[in-house]
Ligand binder design. Structure first.
Ligand SMILES: [Zn+2]
Length: 103
């Protein structure tokens, strides 16, 4: 395997990197959980993927799982609300257009 800190090739069973001295076993055994905004956007644009990731990660990496879930929820809300807003806007514009054409 390679050290995640310096990239030096080290023994698979090594607990400390011989190159930089960082502990490496902890990084390999515990999944890294971070609240990266990228997972939110992934869930937002592809809600199905967001829900799947939430199901998969909710036990191991809850912060990341929650991020993907919220992205998916907002993605679904946006996919319902945005067309309604566009529809209302279109109706208003047609209505205004019709009014102007009469004068
Ligand atoms: Zn290293």
């Amino acid at each position: 395997m390679f050290c995640p800190h310096c990239g030096k090739e080290i023994d698979n069973n090594a607990s400390v990197c011989i190159g930089c001295g960082h502990s490496v076993t902890k990084l390999n055994n515990v999944p890294q959980d971070s609240s990266s905004a990228g997972w939110w956007w992934l869930g937002f644009f592809i809600p199905v993927v967001g829900f799947i990731l939430w199901c998969v990660w909710t036990g191991s990496t809850p912060i990341r799982a929650k991020k993907a879930l919220w992205g998916a929820i907002f993605g679904i809300i946006a996919s319902i609300v945005i067309p309604i807003i566009l529809y209302i806007l279109m109706v208003v514009l047609i209505f205004l257009g019709m009014n102007y054409s009469f004068y």
